[in-house]
Design a binder for this molecule. Structure first.
Ligand code: ADP
Ligand code: MG
Length: 700
């Protein structure tokens, strides 16, 4: 029968209905096409032959030619094992079987050359190979097997039901015999030539049946490129379509608010990076497409002022603006900071959080709807349906990583025309990850800290040195500085954390007694009003020490605080540690971060601590984090689907990703509709991929 790549696998020789059902259930393979795209996890390299004298004690898989010179049976606890002595001109080793001994003994011949393959063990001064793959040398030359044997992904069920790797390889061979010549090229001639890529057909063949390491590498490169290229193409296309279809408000002018602020009230000179980003945002707001921009900037790089000046542009054009932050503390802080600036400009600003009372809410709702209220700051409470704007022109989300995509889109719907959206994050996302996840957003980066900041000095101390740390704290307090001491997060269920925090608080209170020292404490189980009260006391300098959980992680700004002590630092992730450290070093004074741990440290913890003591660069830290945790963990399960790649790995294949993005951009710049003849392959492949939504549905 004539088959195409959409033929159900039931029809493939060697499969049949039972196996087809298993393949569907266990590996999600429905069609010939799915099967072809089941790439091997690894390969057994049978291109090399080893001498017994060359074997290394590293349990690797090796291939050896030699002869069996005798058998013996060795009794063991249960039953016995069969051992064959195997020899070549450099030495002797043992082949061992624990099952099927009679049959093996009967079928193997002594003093004939065999090729054996398997993992070696070193034990009692001799190498042994349990259950080797073996073949007479005379047959070995004739066999069709490729030199590099593919090992396919499998599941317990598959191997239990007899779909072993051997069976899988056989099925794959049948597939190639049946469909040979039906693989269409998916990339353009230009790209193939530019990058010196092998054809799709060659790549598919060599990914399954590579003859040499070199051909395998070429196949892998080509397929990784292709995979990343189409993801990038999709993301960039989405962004282009978005821009052309979704009309945004055009903020035509920059007027009194912005200019007055810039000329008369700006508290400092903007950094070059801040100026550049404001220009980028200004350009977006002035075009007639809706802005969707991600602003990345390390902690303390000054994103708030950029947000505020963007809001002023909205206000200058008669629109309202809002700023949403993930925690109450942070919202309050933004509100306090921005209120001052607003007062001098006569701008109305209010705050809405979970703890706003009914009266406050009513006032806010009313003044939002009649347009009296110009700027609204708040938490998730902003997303409530009751919160309706008269004309929301710009919505800003601070600390984007704390919110999901869902919240972003909810803000969109706050207006009949979606407002411009600016999301800000202080958790630097490695470029590669940003490209893959936010490839549909435009990205701005503030890569410069305000002048005069001294790099924070970070040290690692074990917990039996706490007294020395306390002495250091005391000295800093004497100089008039303030201190944070942070404990791992308190969650409702985690009573232990709470105990740690309280014990810590008590021990600090003993060493730093009132009235000379005043201590604030903030944790997740407190009422928002109490938290706020304590935060305020610290911010005003009434208390010298703030004992807290990670609730202070994001955004909190007390420039006089110079020491961040992190207890049980081994329990924090890298990005959290970096965020916490960012709470100090915000004024002109030298600041310190002290990471306290127990002596028991995992290797990963050690790497995290070393990274922290070595660098202050958020992007560098993010790269290490990505390597340690992998992309899925970093972005949370919600977005990890995006990274569900078949063959590429955005950490390891960073360079291929950059090149894929470059070419995707180039192609679309030159031919946005993909209508030129030279892009026929790309258009066809893109359409196929979009038709099979299951491939693309992870890209919202
Ligand atoms: P983040 O990017 O972490 O949100 P903030 O916006 O809170 O940083 O800014 C951190 C601190 O730096 C604030 O006290 C802010 O007033 C100050 N700051 C911001 N930009 C500048 C600048 N260009 N020059 C001096 N200080 C600045
Ligand atoms: Mg901030």
């Amino acid at each position: 029968m004539s088959s195409n790549l959409q033929t159900p696998i039931d029809y493939l020789k060697g499969v049949g209905p039972n196996r087809a059902e298993l393949l569907r259930k266990e590996l999600g393979i429905h069609t010939y096409q799915d099967l072809i795209n089941l790439f091997p996890n690894r390969y057994l390299d049978r291109t090399q032959y080893y001498k017994i004298g060359q074997l290394q004690r590293n349990n690797s898989e090796v291939q050896v030619i030699g002869k069996i010179i005798g058998f013996k049976e060795v009794a063991q606890k249960r039953g016995k094992r069969l051992v064959a002595t195997f020899q070549d001109d450099t030495g002797t080793m043992e082949l061992v079987w624990f099952r099927g001994q009679k049959w093996i003994r009967d079928s193997l011949k002594t003093n004939q050359a065999y090729v054996i393959f398997g993992k070696t063990n070193w034990y009692n001064g001799i190498f042994s190979m349990p259950h080797p793959d073996l073949e007479l040398l005379t047959d070995h030359g004739k066999s069709l097997k490729s030199a590099m044997q593919p090992i396919y992904p499998s599941t317990e069920k598959l191997s239990n039901k007899g779909i072993t790797n051997k069976v899988m390889t056989g099925i794959m061979q049948n597939l190639f015999l049946e469909t040979n010549g039906k693989f269409q090229e998916t990339l353009s001639e230009d790209i193939l030539k530019d990058l010196n890529l092998i054809s799709k057909k060659e790549a598919l063949f060599n990914i399954h049946f590579p003859k040499t390491q070199e051909l395998l590498a070429k196949a892998q490169f080509r397929l990784k490129f292709e995979e990343l290229f189409y993801i990038q193409l999709q993301l960039i296309l989405k962004n282009l379509i978005h821009k052309s279809k979704i009309k945004g408000f055009t903020f035509e002018k920059v007027d009194t608010y912005f200019n007055t602020f810039f000329k008369e009230h700006l508290p400092f000179n903007l950094t070059q990076a801040q100026k550049r980003v404001i220009k980028e945002i200004r350009a977006d707001l002035g075009s007639n497409a809706q802005m969707n921009r991600l602003l990345q900037g390390d902690v303390g790089s000054g994103k708030t002022i950029v947000a505020f000046m963007s809001m002023l542009i909205a206000l200058d054009n008669g629109f309202q603006a809002c700023l949403m932050a993930p925690t109450e503390i942070l919202s309050v802080q933004h509100f306090n900071g921005l209120s001052e600036l607003c007062n001098s400009l006569n701008i109305s600003i209010k705050i809405l959080t979970g703890s706003s009372n009914t009266l406050e809410r009513r006032e806010i709702h009313e003044s939002l709807e009649n347009g009296e209220l110009q700027i609204l700051i708040g938490t998730h409470a902003l997303l409530e349906d009751k919160v309706k704007f008269k004309n929301l022109g710009l919505a800003i989300i601070d600390e984007q990583h704390r919110f999901g995509v869902a919240q972003r889109s909810k803000l969109w719907k706050k207006n009949h025309i979606p407002p411009h959206i600016l999301v800000m994050t202080a958790t630097p996302i490695p470029r590669t990850l940003a490209m893959s996840i936010y490839g549909d957003l435009d990205i701005s980066v503030i890569d410069e800290l305000p002048p005069g900041r001294q790099p924070i000095k970070t040290v690692h101390r074990y917990d039996n040195n706490r007294l020395k740390v306390f002495k250091f704290i005391r000295d800093e307090i004497t100089k008039g500085r303030q201190i944070y001491v942070v404990y791992p997060l308190i969650q409702e269920s985690e009573k232990m954390d709470y105990k740690d925090l309280m014990d810590g608080y008590e021990s600090i209170a003993r060493d730093f007694p009132a009235p000379q020292y005043q201590i604030s404490i903030v944790h997740g189980q407190m009422k928002p009003a109490d938290k706020d009260y304590e935060m305020q006391r610290f911010a005003k300098g009434e208390t010298q020490i703030m004992v807290a959980t990670t609730v202070i992680e994001v955004g909190v700004n007390v420039p006089n605080a110079t020491v961040m002590v992190i207890e049980s630092a081994e329990r924090f992730g890298l990005s959290q540690l970096h965020q916490l450290r960012g709470r100090v070093g915000r004024g002109g004074e030298q600041s310190y971060c002290i990471l306290i741990t127990s002596h028991k440290l995992s290797n990963e913890s050690k790497i995290r601590l070393e990274t922290m003591t070595k660098t202050n660069d958020g992007f560098e830290i993010a790269e290490v984090d990505l390597k340690l945790r992998g992309p899925g963990d970093i972005m949370g399960t919600q977005q990890s689907g995006v990274l569900n790649l078949k063959i590429a790995n955005i950490v390891k294949d960073k360079d291929i990703l950059q090149s894929a993005r470059y070419y995707a951009k180039k192609v679309l710049k030159d031919d946005p509709a993909l209508s030129q003849i030279k892009n026929t392959n790309i258009l066809r492949t893109y359409q196929q991929l979009s038709k099979f939504k299951n491939i693309w549905n992870y890209i919202s």
